[in-house]
Structure formats: structure tokens, C-alpha cells
Design a protein around this ligand. Sequence first.
Ligand code: HEM
Length: 109
Amino acid sequence: MSPVSYLLQRGTAMLMVPLIITHLAVIIMAVQGGLSAEEILSRTHGSMMWAGFYGLFVFAASIHAGIGMQTILREWTPLGRLASANIGHALIAILWVLGARAIYAVVWA
Ligand code: HEM
């Protein structure tokens, strides 16, 4: 793993700690009165704050998971460094697109 990947993976892991704690707290509060689409959308719809929060979360988790998968592919498959890196980068791009679509759906659609 290159020094840049190392720092990005550890940096995104640290960034995700407060995001995950907040995410869990919101889940616990949200399920109190039963979980419904109306409840979620009433909180997220039109909210730049939640768009920013989930945007940062998607950004960090995608990079973290993409770099982590490169390590797993290198260790557990016969793939070389370049192929593992290409798959890892593709995974980051796919997770960004899926995450951006999900945020669009709960904030703007
Ligand atoms: C706050 C939450 C998280 C923390 C603190 C965290 C921390 C870490 C750390 C320190 C490593 C490096 C392990 C090593 O190289 O020895 C790692 C690896 C990894 N993480 Fe996370 N992680 C978090 C969330 C996630 C999430 C949400 C995903 C998936 C979307 C994920 C997927 C992975 C993968 C695939 C690896 C590679 C495993 C390996 O190198 O053997 N992590 N994580």
C-alpha cells in the first residue's frame, strides 16, 4: 500500500467515527415512533445539512472501502498490483455514484 493510500484509508476511518456515531444516534431516534418513509423524508427533504452529512459519509466510506478492497484482492487473489488498484478505483467510483443517487433521492427527488 502506498503512503498516500495508507493515509487516505486511516484518515477516512477517523473521519467516519463521528459520522457513524451520529448516524446510529439518528437511527435510534428515528425508529422511536416506528420507521416510515414520511418520517425520513420529512427530516432529509431539502436539507443541505443532511446532504452535506451523507455526502461526506459516502465520500469517506467509498475511499476507505475501495482502498481496503485493494489490499484484500492483493492478499487473497492472484491479481497483481495494477489490476487490484483498477478494481479498487472502479469500486470507489461505483460507490460514489450509488451514494450520490441515494442522497439525491432523500434530499431533492
Ligand atoms: C468508523 C468506521 C471504521 C473504522 C474506524 C475503520 C478502520 C479501519 C482500519 C484501521 C483498517 C485497516 C486495517 C489494516 O490495514 O490492518 C480498515 C480496513 C478496512 N476497512 Fe474499515 N473502518 C471503518 C469503516 C469501514 C466501512 C464502513 C467499510 C465498508 C464500507 C470498511 C471496509 C474496510 C475494508 C474492506 C478494509 C480492508 C481490510 C484489510 O486491509 O485487511 N471499513 N478499516
